[in-house]
Design a protein around this ligand. Sequence first.
Ligand code: UDX
Length: 435
Amino acid sequence: MKITVVGTGYVGLVTGTCLAENGNDVICVDIDQKKVERMKNGEIPIYEPQLDVLFDRNIDAGRLSFTTSLHEGLDHGEIIFLALPTPEDEDGSADLKYVLGVAEDIGKYIKDYKVIVDKSTVPVGTAEKVEQTISKFCSSEFDVVSNPEFLREGYAVEDFLKPERIVIGTSSKKAEDLMHRLYKPFVRSGNPIIFMDEKSAELTKYASNSFLATKITFMNEIANYCQIVGADVDKVRIGMGTDSRIGKRFLFPGIGYGGSCFPKDVKALHKSGQDVNHQFKILDAVVQVNEAQKTILFPEMKNHFMGDLKGKKIGLWGLSFKPETDDIREAPSLYMIDKLTEAGAEVTAFDPEAMPNVKSQIGDQISYCEGMYEASKDVDALLICTEWSIFRTPDFKKLKAEMKSPVIFDGRNLYEIEEMTEAGFRYSSIGRKHV
Ligand code: UDX
């Protein structure tokens, strides 16, 4: 099928590349000339496991190309995906200026039937607004479909190619048939394509992300309580998770959720409730608890140093908001860096992918190291903010020998408490009993 994807950010690029991988003829449109030039030269602008291989393969096969011309894109695709940014407004709502701006251009330009697909995470009622905007300028036939993405960073290719479910919101049979034809090859295993109205599809995305953020936050509160009463959150987590109504996933406590989706989507759903006098009290609490969770280890660190972190050298492992990504949006590490440097500590950090992004955001506020052991050398304490695999089984002997004092604050519960005690570390983690 002929597909156009408008917007080559994270979602657009994964969508375009994976649709090409399945044999579709895809053109990706972006207004950023430099970025389009780079992509035309085979350079991929984001880090996402597996994506580079698919990107190269589909460009070489002639199924994936790039342009800055929206008109060229609109001529090409029978299905036009909108994968445009919906940044958080000052009041927490999603700003639709990019989506509606392109909708207007589409209305002015299209001459034959097109299916316009909202792939961006957009508030309930956006498909209707897009439809009205296009209609204002357009006499040709078209349908607007809501098709939210559920891609996890780090697993986006896998999630796209083998989705657990695909949600399509449309009230048009013609659009439904086209979308079914497009997505059928992705659900050969029997996973469902769920059709519904546009508003329900839009809300499904917000409700899913907000629920997951709530699940994590609930566990973080349980973890904080465990710490006070001397229970072990890992035991509680397993005890709870084996109830299939609860499920094992997304119960891992830590120093808070971050990223581009959960923080933004929770706030946007909360705000869109307020707009219609509906108060999402749970989401209010989720935002507050998560904010506090990001720096939950700071008071403990401060206590350890008798209230004075001035001149202390702190090693930091992990800067990205989660492993397998270079994304640092709302990353807990940044909140901890702020607190630590404000208190006069010196931070030496290592992350496998995210250091360039952190450097361009906060510059030389911290030092960046070539490897994990360089970051922990001669430090008064080590702080772990992201659970990259390489941090899971360090050489504890080497680590202890090279640190100034063997003190670890672990925001991701990577190690067993007994093994740390045996190895001679003073070890703190989240919601577990420490001896
Ligand atoms: C999320 C959704 O999972 C995805 O479906 C949606 O489309 C986009 O948002 P993503 O932000 O890439 O994906 O990351 P995810 O793996 O969901 O993790 C989000 C945050 O929750 C991370 O900060 C992670 O560290 C945290 N988390 C996750 C926990 O603290 N505990 C857990 O048990 C799981």
